[in-house]
Design a protein around this ligand. Structure first.
Ligand code: AGP
Length: 606
């Protein structure tokens, strides 16, 4: 996820662009840049690092020009660097482009342009766009952009300026957010409203496949096929602080709602048109995969819970034994590692000290390391042999949500890729089709927030809440319990439902809240028995089950249904109600949801 801004009017563009980018840094901050049009043509300033580095490089010198675009980056293709920073230019520096999203077919497009003699400076997917505009320019920049956009696959919010057409900024929106701000004698584009709220509260919320042509005194909106459209002006009544959260009260609830896009972005460019797994960003050679004798899955916290699900999927599909361990234990243990061991580390930040130490230990023992991380250029991604990125965008809330579900999606892709390469399964089409349906199923769950809100009101005063489950549901119970603990400070633990009778059942008393996960078809009846066990001791049970399994509502106090999904992918759905429940419990308790006490977003110390 990145932040883009654009301006055209009668004021200095550079100042307005920088100010806008400051409001968008939460969308990405590994590099930043601006481009303006003045008598020198297109002038660009861009640097790796936070926006402050760019501002320092500009110094007191004001970049002249009253039209420009800007970008603050969250790298997906091409690690953070000056040359990979946006804006990207065509060969004669006349056309500048900023982009938020992922161009999924950039490789064939880039190959075609190189064959035509175009030279690329960066490793980004974005750079194909200015070269395509240059290549297909027919004298009309608007028509040319329409032609180029029709060639792109993936998600994109674009800001485009052209020194041959210095009276306009062109914006295009598909799957990545983009708004147009309407001023007096000036107009703006931005990824999010915060970037322009100091200048206008009148915006057009562009829709998918909308294109806007901004001049100083006019805004024309059309579809990318040229069809004219009328968009209602939206009058913003948010304050700046809440606007950074997209109108949500907290980053956590915003990020919970970003999960459909995070999952979609993580999987879509890694499944090809034939429905096959096609992970281009890492090359796990078939020969190597076939020789792997075991996998260590090592991570911390929520990432560890994702790793547990990954363990089940890899063992089921790729038929490779997986040992899942928390990094802080692994690194001081005596693991059996050799060159036929693969280590998979999972880390949202890519900077967790324990996980990084585990990675280094594995490499010392000649094992290869595959890293599932959310930060391009992070220490763990750089030191791994196979960095596979979740494309969840920056996760600001300390409590991890969208990164977790994106990790599950990435681990499913890895399991299936390995399974096919080992010849362990013939046909993965069923689970691939189910993977592709996950975003819309998460959207479906998000329509029922009020149910979880009511349940949170019933349990938020308690001092203990238990989560029970079997198989994958047990691992999801662990994640649900951690979410609750870390933001509401209520004591909670996840218990293997089959273990209750071996001791933990003693903790259940009259009114004790128990969240019972029963989404695994083959364990459903067993779970109903375990629910009856705790109900018999007076527990107050909230059940989570698939919508076809209605038996559960006869024995629990409340039930949350999730859409039908195969058992192996149910963690991606089952966790969402638990995230929401934790959020509303913490809200009711007046906790600092995005920044819980004692915790940090990235634990870079032991
Ligand atoms: C999860 O909500 C916590 N913030 C924490 O457990 C986190 O998952 C853990 O510290 C690992 O962080 P990482 O994914 O950045 O390595």
């Amino acid at each position: 996820m990145c932040g883009i801004v654009g301006y055209i009017g009668n004021r200095n563009a550079a100042n307005i662009l920088i100010e806008g980018l400051e409001k968008l840094e939460y969308r990405g901050y590994d590099s930043a840049g601006i481009a303006v049009i003045n008598e020198n043509g297109v002038e660009v300033k861009k640097h790796k690092g936070r926006l402050s580095v760019l501002k320092d490089s500009l110094g007191e010198k004001v970049l002249e020009g009253t039209i420009g675009i800007g970008h603050t980056r969250w790298a997906t293709h091409g690690e953070p660097s000056d040359v990979n920073a946006h804006p990207h230019l065509n060969s004669n520096n006349a056309i500048a482009v900023v982009h938020n999203g992922i161009i999924e077919n950039y490789i064939p497009l880039k190959e075609e342009l190189i064959e035509k003699g175009y030279e690329f400076k960066s490793d980004t997917d974005t750079e194909v766009i200015p070269h395509l505009i240059d290549c297909y320019y027919n004298g009309n920049i608007i028509e040319t952009v329409q032609k180029v956009v029709s060639m792109l696959e993936g998600s994109y919010a674009l800001g485009i300026i052209d020194s041959n057409n210095p009276d306009m900024v062109i914006a295009v929106r598909k799957d990545s957010p983009l708004v147009v701000g309407i001023g007096e004698g000036e107009n703006f584009i931005a990824s999010d409203i915060p970037a322009i709220l100091n200048h206008t509260r009148k915006v057009y919320l562009l829709e998918n496949n909308d294109m806007a042509v901004l001049r100083a005194d006019s805004v024309e909106i059309m579809k990318t096929d040229g069809t004219k459209v009328n968009r209602e002006i939206f009058n913003v009544n948010w304050n700046v602080e809440s606007a950074e959260k997209g109108g949500y009260d907290h980053f956590m609830i915003k990020e919970i709602h970003e999960q459909p896009k995070a999952i979609k972005d993580t999987i879509s460019s890694r499944i090809n048109r034939m429905g096959q797994i096609d992970i281009k960003d890492i090359t796990l050679e078939k020969e190597y995969i076939r020789n792997i004798n075991k996998i260590y899955m090592v991570s911390c916290g929520t990432a560890y819970h994702a790793g547990l699900v990954g363990k089940v999927l890899i063992e089921k599909y790729a038929k490779i034994p997986v040992i899942a361990e928390v990094a802080s234990e692994f690194r001081y243990g005596n693991p059996f590692i050799d060159e036929n061991t693969l280590m998979i580390v999972v880390s949202q930040s890519g900077e967790t000290a324990d996980t990084l130490a585990a990675l280094r230990l594995a490499k010392e023992r000649k094992a290869k390391v595959l890293a599932v991380t959310n930060v391009v250029g992070s220490s763990i991604s750089r030191e791994s042999d196979y960095p596979l990125y979740t494309w969840a965008g920056p996760e600001i809330a300390v409590a991890s949500t969208k990164a977790y579900t994106a990790q599950l999606a990435a681990l499913a892709l890895i399991a299936l890729d390995m399974a096919v390469k080992r010849g362990a399964v013939e046909d993965v089409s069923e689970i691939v089709n189910e993977l592709k349906l996950l975003p819309e199923k998460v959207e479906e769950i998000l329509k029922h927030l009020d149910e979880m809100k009511k349940m949170a009101e019933e349990v938020y005063k308690t001092e203990d809440i238990f989560f029970i489950g079997r198989g994958l549901d047990y691992y999801v119970a662990m994640e649900g319990s951690l979410k609750l603990k870390e933001i509401s400070y209520i004591h909670s633990e996840a218990m293997a439902a089959g273990e209750l009778k071996h001791g933990t059942l003693a903790l259940i008393d009259k009114g004790t809240p128990v969240i019972a996960l029963a989404t695994q078809d083959k364990l459903y009846d067993k779970m109903l028995s375990n629910i009856k066990e705790v109900k018999a001791r007076g527990a107050y049970v909230i059940g989570v089950a698939k919508e076809s399994n209605r038996e559960i509502e006869k024995i629990v106090d409340r039930v949350i249904y999730i859409p039908e999904v195969m058992d192996e992918l149910s963690p991606v759905l089952a966790v969402v109600p638990l995230q929401i429940l934790a959020y509303y419990v913490a809200l009711n308790r007046g906790c600092d949801i995005d920044k819980p006490r004692n915790l940090a977003k990235s634990v870079t110390v032991e």
